[in-house]
Design a protein around this ligand. Structure first.
Ligand SMILES: *Cc1c(COP(=O)(O)O)cnc(C)c1O
Length: 653
């Protein structure tokens, strides 16, 4: 039997091209492994369809091959062919090899060595280019290319660093001197009770936030009265507890389960079809709830679909917590621009779905503009492609269910929408719980299992923990429970005077009129929705301003085509307001809370005045952030902006 390689027809070419032979194979492999991934990474949706097409073609080919093979084998057995299949294959291989070598013989050996290396290099360059194009678009990719080259010019980097430091120093100018008096060591002799006075002192030096902040403090009234006092008392009673030790603190385990159940009941769990499957946990805040939902979706999709290079798709308006999750958990993140109404664009999102997609996200509403993403459309996508859909109800979870009951037109947003797999909702926002409380919910226990971490090989024993923290604050859980139980859907109208009353100023014209009753979530929602509509109307009446999108809840974002809106914000800051600056488009927003029930007129008056001031006298305000936002908005190199805010953080903590 001829040995491969000794066939006469391979002849002399064999010796010269012996090793290039192997290289030719390597070359083929290099191309085949690079090319398809480049091709299909270039076209997003097509890639998915293309893959599906390939899979179908593969299946077809395999079935043909199997068919022929079976036919050939059975025939061979029947007519007792003397030449074995192996020998036949071998002869064919020998011939193929000889032909290939003969064809390659015309090339110089060196060329055959160099060609695959160059090919690999080119394939790599192509791969990188296609990837950059896919991630940044043509404009972004070209820009990135130019920026990289500009930075190679000597002195450019130095100049950028110098300018960056100037900006950071300017931002920090006020803070530095303050920090000098801060303590850096333990007191030699403890202060005992006097510590409390120190705390009071420090608190009194904080700026006046009451009624002046966008979002931030959601509970009405002063921080030591009424609802505040109640949740603080609840917290104090349980501040020593830790649900990690379930056996010791069964009370806290029950509180957590009840907070989760009460929250789930607002978001669809009472629908019969769910059969009590909706479940969840309390977390430290919206960000932790989101981190967990993303981590759980990743691991669920890995188990269910074998996805090992996960990607997720979110709208441009989705919270920064998804970036955090993507970075922490090594998930590729696609931020897709919103549509003209500033809501998630499900058509665009669909184009980014591929076989590595683990999840998409809808916000109800999104933080920037207070508009609700089309959750039903996203649910259809999630169902069609069998991926997860997280609904971010961090802001809306304790408003939308009540607003709907009050008759506001609220589109579907919860588990009743098919395809929704998880929800996050913050008790520490409109749930009026203490800061550090949120709930993450899942459609069923099968999904939630992927949230837990179980450790079996630790000498500390068998360990299983549901959320990111190990030890967890039982006091906050008790505080959240107290908040929800004390408020209820409808407040207690008959309650007599007590220190725990949720007292509201009833009539803003006569600020000393108090009404002694507890308003529950429904009444609270009615009040903040009404104030929000009035603020929206008031802003629309200022000719220089426009409202961004169509606010559906309690966040109203506004910009201007006439004045620099960030300068307006700076003047508002001088007047004691703390609003949020937004970009794309440049705008600011106010997130209306119970703190704002009596400040409607003050707010609109100050806003009108600020717009007027900027219009008459445009230009930066001393110590204002407008120049930073202005520059950051125009800076094509987002890396520099990123460095800048990191430097800022670094110098603030
Ligand atoms: C507040 C908020 C979050 C994040 O919550 P934190 O409690 O600040 O971590 C996420 N999404 C939306 C829509 C929010 O409003």
């Amino acid at each position: 039997m001829p040995r491969i390689g000794s066939d006469a027809r391979a002849g002399s070419s064999m010796d010269g091209a012996g090793s290039p032979d192997a290289i030719a194979v390597a070359l083929a492999i290099a191309w085949s492994s690079h090319l398809p991934s480049n091709l299909d990474s270039f076209t997003r949706q097509k890639r998915y369809d293309y893959r599906r097409g390939i899979e179908q073609r593969h299946a077809f080919l395999i079935s043909i091959v199997t068919h022929f093979f079976a036919k050939y084998a059975s025939e061979a057995i029947r007519i007792h062919v003397s030449v074995s299949l192996a020998a036949c294959m071998e002869a064919r291989l020998v011939r193929l090899r000889a032909e290939a070598n003969a064809a390659l013989a015309q090339y110089e050996p060196l060329a055959l060595v160099v060609a695959p290396i160059v090919t690999l290099f080119l394939a790599r360059a192509l791969h990188v280019t296609f990837r950059a194009l896919r991630e940044k678009g043509i404009k972004g990719a070209v820009l990135g290319f130019i920026i990289t080259f500009v930075k190679l010019i000597p002195g450019v980097n130095w100049y950028i660093e110098f300018e960056k430091k100037k900006v950071v120093d300017k931002l920090q100018s006020g803070n530095k001197s303050k920090r000098e008096s801060w303590r850096t060591e333990l007191p030699n002799i403890g202060l005992s009770r006097a510590t409390i006075h120190e705390l009071e002192d420090a608190r009194n030096k904080d700026v006046a936030w009451q009624g002046k902040c966008s979002g931030t403090v959601y509970i009405g009234g002063s921080e030591s009265e009424n609802h505040f006092a109640l949740i603080n008392e609840a917290h104090a009673m349980f501040s020593h507890t830790n649900p990690l030790h379930q056996d010791v603190f069964q009370s806290v385990a029950r509180f957590e389960a009840e907070v989760v159940a009460m929250t789930a009941a607002l978001l669809g769990s009472k629908e019969k079809i769910f059969g009590g499957q909706i479940c969840g946990n309390m977390t430290s805040g919206g960000t932790e709830s989101i981190l967990l939902a993303v981590k759980t979706s990743r691991d669920y999709m890995k188990a269910k679909k074998g996805i090992t290079e996960p990607e997720m798709i979110i709208a441009g308006s989705a919270h920064s917590a998804y970036d955090k999750a993507a970075q922490y958990f090594k998930i590729k993140l696609w931020r897709v621009p919103v549509n003209k109404d500033y809501v998630a664009d499900s058509k665009r999102i669909r184009q980014y779905i591929n076989r590595n997609t683990i999840m998409i996200v809808g916000s109800a509403p999104g933080f920037p503009h207070g508009v609700i993403d089309p959750i039903e459309e996203l649910g259809e996508l999630a169902t069609k492609y069998d991926i997860c859909l997280h609904v971010d109800l961090c802001l809306g979870g304790f408003v939308l269910p009540f607003a709907r009951k009050l008759g506001y037109p609220i589109p579907p947003f919860d588990f009743t929408v098919k395809g929704v797999t998880s929800i996050s909702t913050d008790v520490h926002k409109y749930g009026l719980g203490p800061k550090g409380t949120s709930v993450v919910l899942y459609r069923n226990r099968e999904i939630r299992k992927h949230q837990f971490v179980a450790v079996t090989e630790w000498s500390g024993g068998l360990y299983v923990s549901p959320t990111i923290a190990g030890s967890r604050p039982g006091g906050l859980i008790a505080g959240a429970w107290a908040a929800m139980m004390s408020l209820g859907l409808n407040g207690d109208q008959n309650i007599a005077h007590s220190s725990l009353l949720n007292v509201h100023r009833f009539n803003s014209d006569s600020p000393l009129t108090y009404v002694n009753h507890i308003s529950g979530y429904l009444e609270n929602t009615r009040q903040i929705m009404e104030v929000s509509k009035k603020i929206e109307k008031g802003i629309k009446e200022i000719p220089e301003l426009f409202v961004v999108g169509h606010p559906q809840m309690t966040v109203i974002a506004f910009g201007s085509n006439d004045v620099n809106i960030f300068e307006v914000n700076d003047i508002m800051t001088l007047k004691g307001w703390h609003l949020n600056a937004l970009q794309r488009p440049n705008s600011i927003h106010i997130c209306v809370t119970l703190q704002h029930l009596n400040v409607l007129e003050d707010f609109l008056r100050d806003l009108r005045e600020s717009v007027k001031t900027v219009k008459q006298n445009p230009g930066p305000v001393e110590g204002g952030f407008a120049p930073l936002y202005g520059a950051a908005g125009k800076m094509p190199d987002r890396g520099i902006v990123q460095d800048l805010i990191v430097e800022f953080m670094d110098s603030s903590c």
